[in-house]
Design a protein around this ligand. Sequence first.
Ligand code: DON
Length: 578
Amino acid sequence: MNKFNVNPVGTALLLCFWLSSYCFGQPLLSSQARFHPVISQTGMVVSQEIIASRVGADILAKGGNAIDAAVATGFALAVTLPRAGNLGGGGFMMVHLAEENKTIAIDYREMAPAEAYKDMFLDSEGEVDSKKARFSIQSSGVPGTVAGLVYAQETYGKLSLKEVIKPAINLARNGIPVSVSLAESLASRSERLQSDPGSKEYFFKANGNGYAPGDLLRQRDLAASLRRIAADGAAGFYKGKTADLIVAQMERSGGLITETDLNNYRVIERAPVCGDYRSNRICAMPPPSSGGIHLVQMLNILERWDLQTLGHNSADYIHRLVESMRRAYADRSLYLGDPEFFPVPMAQLIDKKYAATLAQQIDLDHASRSEDVHPGLSDNGESTETTHFSTWDQWGNLVSNTYTLNFSYGSGISVAGAGFLLNNEMDDFSAKPGSPNGYGLVGGIANSIQPGKRPLSSMTPTIVFDSSGAPILATGSPGGSTIITVVMQIILNVLEFDMGIAEATAAARIHHQWLPDTVYYESGISTDTMGLLREMGHIVNAKPGRLGATESIQSNTNGVLFGAADPRRHGSGAVSQP
Ligand code: DON
């Protein structure tokens, strides 16, 4: 018997279990499975609200594909997550079609109404009236969500539009149990929502009291609006009764959206922005989102260093992330806007040679000052809420979709009689060069307000492929300006640090956006690390915050799916196809 009375065979077996990759060549628990993702051999839906995830998973079980599931989830979120799910907003959908081996980007971003003009949010002193830009009826762009979801379903879905909208209609008509998260978020926006008669009626009890967790929230006008879409497709929203209700709301309160604007709304199918990061291919949303370009640009810079050796969230690693972010966001301020109105120098921004030039400017031991970093191409002149969901089907089709009203509950104004909130996406334009928008982002002429133009976005629905070209990850996030950097950290966590999607999602994040010159960080990054960053000269935000809320699906080489809903927002859920 040895001194400590330890069974040597048992100990060896236990050690073998922990170090199984060394003992057996194969880990017993693959990295993808760590940290409790939801696992599926068939299909999956991950969204910020679990009832909506279940709706999507049920559509997969009925033989629907990933696009049917995404559209069903999108309409369901308009009922169950009114702060961000929507009919009155807009967004972007990345779709990968397995059979054609093709990836497309569907742009259903809001458009500025024909009567919008460059200085429409400036006051008599020439300063930005942020209340008007964010909370007035004029803050709404022409909604794109219904056109986008209907287009995706009719072009790429397998089931009928009626079948995929039906669950949302039932949820709106029969009511949903109010979750803790919904009760809390409605209470936090009570003042703004109650100041609009429509929102007061839709989201508060008749006596003005808020809903408590467990109460039933019925949305009959919303159910009727959804029924009109089920019956007539996009025309059931952009024409007829819903269109009349939108225009009547505009006329009552000085809004700009007309019947012609609604008729002129167009979905645009675009080629995604793709780039190679080591042996992987990353495809994401092109302009009018800035997400894809800057994601690829930052990864191009970071690829030059051995990040694994630096170590996840070490000071040296974070320093490189921050310096790459600083330069990408400086470029965003000058070069990015709606490509139909401004010649975005996309090829140059995602060129590896340009990344090399930017990397050379980075001092590996000292922080730069944002005031010294300028948009770099040489030859060219409050709580917020968006929501992401990912779907994946048994045939290998997948969808990565981010859509939004911009702020939580958008402008706070509902279309009376139609049961849905209007976006305040016009604040994503640059109302005045150099004046920050609601996310502190600055811009100029590339993103100025013009009729028919789409405001620049940061939404970054993304699909990652392995070296054989097979999709391995669908991800995306809300978080305004932080979306691009959050998505990038998910990708790095998976590709560089071999984290499974649940671990990659939970890991602490950082963010920098050039201006303000501040490193934002989450709890979980050590005080020691933040101290080292300060020593390098970084300005560090006083307190940790929360960055993004990713809803992702990862696949391994055997086609097993691993889903992770972000634990930062409660109520989210990954649901496997039943
Ligand atoms: O398109 C954009 O970049 C913003 N309207 C997104 C807003 C957002 O993510 C708010 N969510 N937390």
